[in-house]
Design a protein around this ligand. Structure first.
Ligand SMILES: [Zn+2]
Length: 279
C-alpha cells in the first residue's frame, strides 16, 4: 500500500530544523507539483538545485516531515527554477510512479499543502493565522482559535456471505472499477457504527461480526481509511442500491471477483485477500 515504504521510515514529528542543501522542496499549485524532468521515476528538487535558495524557515517555507535522514519542506511561494530541469506535473503521478517512498512523501506533502493553503485566516475573526513554534498547528493570535491538520476518518467494508464478496461501482465519479462499500464517519458515531450505517445506506443490508483488517492514510482525499470485513446478517442477500452513490453492486465468488493488479490502495489489498482465500 502507499504508506508501505520499508526500508524507509517516515518521521511525522514536527521539528522545524533549518533546511540543508540536500533537503527536498515540495512546491504545489492546486493539484500540480514541481518535479524533475525525467522519465519513469519521481524526483523533487533539493535546495542546492534551486537558484540562490534562501535556506531559512519562514511563513513561505515550512518544515513538513522527514523520511530517514532526509528533510522535506513546503515552499509556499513559487521558487525560481530551471525549466529545462524541472516541470509542473499532476499529482496523479503519485499513484504509480516509483520510487514509492517519494510518491508517498509527495501525496502526504500535498495533503499538508492543501491544509495550509485553505487555513490562512481565522474562521471566527478573519485575522491571519500564525504557525505554532512547537507543533503542527495554526492559531489565531487574536481570538485563540487552534487549527490542526484535517484528517477525515472513513471506512472500507468487505461484506462476505456464503463465500462471496459484495462489490460495487460508484455512480458518476468516472469510476470504472469494482470497489468495496466505503464512506465517511459522521460526528457522534463510532467507526463500527459507520460501517453498519454505510452498508445499510448504500446497499440496504445489515452486517455483523465486524473484523478490523488494517488502516491506511489516503492523502488524496484527506482521509484515514479503516478497512473491515463483515458478514451479512441473516440470509436475505438482496441488494437495495443507493443510486445516488452507486451505479451497481453484486455478489462475487473468489474466482469471479474483478480485481486490479495489486496497487497502492487498501481496497485493492482487501479484494486480493478475498480472492486468495485469506478471509
Ligand atoms: Zn480569530
Amino acid at each position: 500500500m502507499i504508506q508501505d515504504i520499508t526500508p524507509h521510515t517516515y518521521h511525522n514529528e514536527y521539528r522545524p530544523v533549518p533546511p540543508e542543501q540536500e533537503s527536498l522542496v515540495l512546491y504545489f499549485e492546486g493539484d500540480r507539483v514541481l518535479v524533475k524532468r525525467q522519465e519513469g521515476s519521481l524526483s523533487f528538487p533539493c535546495f542546492s538545485e534551486l537558484p540562490a535558495p534562501e535556506l531559512k524557515l519562514s511563513q513561505d517555507l515550512l518544515y513538513l516531515f522527514s523520511i530517514d535522514d532526509r528533510t522535506f519542506y513546503l515552499a509556499r511561494q513559487r521558487p525560481a527554477f530551471d525549466e529545462t530541469l524541472f516541470k509542473m506535473e499532476s499529482i496523479r503521478i503519485f499513484r504509480d510512479t516509483p520510487p514509492g517512498w517519494l510518491s508517498f512523501a509527495g501525496i502526504t506533502a500535498h495533503q499538508l499543502y492543501h491544509w495550509y493553503d485553505s487555513h490562512r485566516f481565522c474562521g471566527k475573526c478573519g485575522r491571519p493565522l500564525v504557525h505554532s513554534s512547537k507543533e503542527r498547528m495554526l492559531h489565531c493570535p487574536d481570538c485563540g482559535i487552534m487549527e490542526y491538520p484535517k484528517i477525515s476518518p472513513a471506512v472500507i467494508v468487505g461484506i462476505l456471505h456464503r463465500d462471496r464478496l459484495l462489490m460495487s461501482k460508484y455512480a458518476g465519479r468516472g469510476a470504472t472499477h469494482y470497489a468495496l462499500i466505503a464512506g465517511f464517519a459522521e460526528i457522534g458515531e463510532t467507526i463500527e457504527e459507520t460501517v453498519k450505517r454505510e452498508v445499510y445506506e448504500e446497499v440496504g443490508l445489515h452486517v455483523k461480526n465486524l473484523r478490523y483488517y488494517k488502516s491506511q492514510p489516503w492523502s488524496f482525499s484527506d482521509t484515514l481509511l479503516f478497512g473491515f470485513f463483515a458478514e451479512l446478517e441473516g440470509e436475505d442477500d438482496s441488494i437495495t442500491l443507493d443510486t445516488q452513490e452507486l451505479a451497481t453492486a453484486g455478489w462475487f465468488t473468489r474466482e469471479e471477483a474483478p480485481a486490479q493488479p495489486l496497487n497502492i490502495s487498501l481496497t485493492s489489498e482487501m479484494i486480493w485477500k478475498f480472492k486468495n482465500g485469506e478471509v
